[in-house]
Write a protein that binds this ligand. Structure first.
Ligand code: HEM
Length: 250
């Protein structure tokens, strides 16, 4: 009995917390701060999101969630995926499509603008879905738990700064199948903790979560660059037409 207790204590000292949900939060703490400090997220925190930023964000998120959800569906009975597979509660694809239709019209598919960074993100999701499905939990955690946390505030900011009414254009932020985001997050964490992983796989999941944040940051940075170049082009056109008007009246 004494030996058993001693062994337990040593294990606790060496590995203070074995819960994947705690480890992943710890491993991505700095990445979360970096994501919060991207230009796009800083605009959000100032309550100043523009229509151009939000439309581009929706296009990228569509590309990303189509890949994530297709890979989760394909691997839904994989032991690393089954416990955290909640399509009814979490799936975002159709909700984003409603929003895209609201802003771009019925031919939104032809009008979408997707930066290379979002393509790289989707490519990574498809790669791990095919080769290492147990890493998908890192991506599902990063996106879905983020959407259920700070994402709820982002939804209200989007609605307010774009003057959207009746939930138009912000379906993405809603979770009709989740009555309490906090309770659902608890359930999700306990399911994450029930996934059986070898030490090597666990290390891989933690690294993949950092990579997932990095891929998000790259998408946000690419969006800001696109918005800035669209703004510069609009300014250039305004200056040109003002100059033409002036020349015409002289
Ligand atoms: C959790 C805020 C951006 C991913 C949270 C929480 C807050 C928050 C308040 C809850 C913390 C807790 O319950 O302990 C914000 C703000 C953001 C932002 C203000 C930007 C304006 C992001 C982004 C991502 C992200 C861009 C990922 C792409 C997450 C995740 C969690 C989380 C995965 C769950 C952490 C856990 O409980 O393990 N965020 N967030 N967040 N956020 Fe963010």
């Amino acid at each position: 009995m004494e030996t058993e207790n001693k062994a337990q204590t040593e294990e606790e000292v060496e590995m203070p917390n074995r819960d994947l949900s705690e480890q992943i939060k710890e491993a991505t703490k700095d990445s979360h701060v970096r994501a919060e400090n991207t230009g796009l997220m800083l605009s959000y925190q100032k309550g100043q999101v523009t229509l151009a930023q939000y439309k581009l964000l929706l296009c990228s998120l569509h590309h990303i969630y189509v890949a994530l959800e297709e890979e989760l569906d394909k691997n839904s009975s994989h032991p690393g995926v089954a416990p955290i597979y909640f399509p009814t509660e979490l799936a975002r694809r159709e909700l984003i499509e409603e929003d895209l239709e609201h802003f771009y019209g019925q031919d939104w598919r032809e009008k979408m603008v997707v930066p290379k960074a979002a393509e790289r993100y989707a490519h990574r999701l498809r790669q791990i879905g095919g080769e290492n499905p147990e890493l998908l939990v890192a991506h599902a955690y990063t996106r879905y738990l983020g959407d259920l946390s700070g994402g709820q505030v982002l939804g209200r900011i989007t609605q307010k700064s774009l003057g959207l009414k009746n939930g138009d254009g912000v379906a993405f932020f809603t979770f009709p199948g989740v009555s309490s985001p906090n309770r659902f997050k608890q359930l999700y964490r306990s399911r994450m903790n029930s996934v059986e992983l070898t030490e090597e796989q666990r290390k891989g999941v933690l690294e993949e979560a950092v990579r997932a944040f990095e891929l998000n940051i790259q998408v946000f940075d690419a969006l800001q660059d696109l918005v800035s170049s669209m703004q510069r082009e609009a300014d250039r056109q305004t200056h040109t037409s003002q100059a033409e008007q002036l020349n015409g009246t002289q």
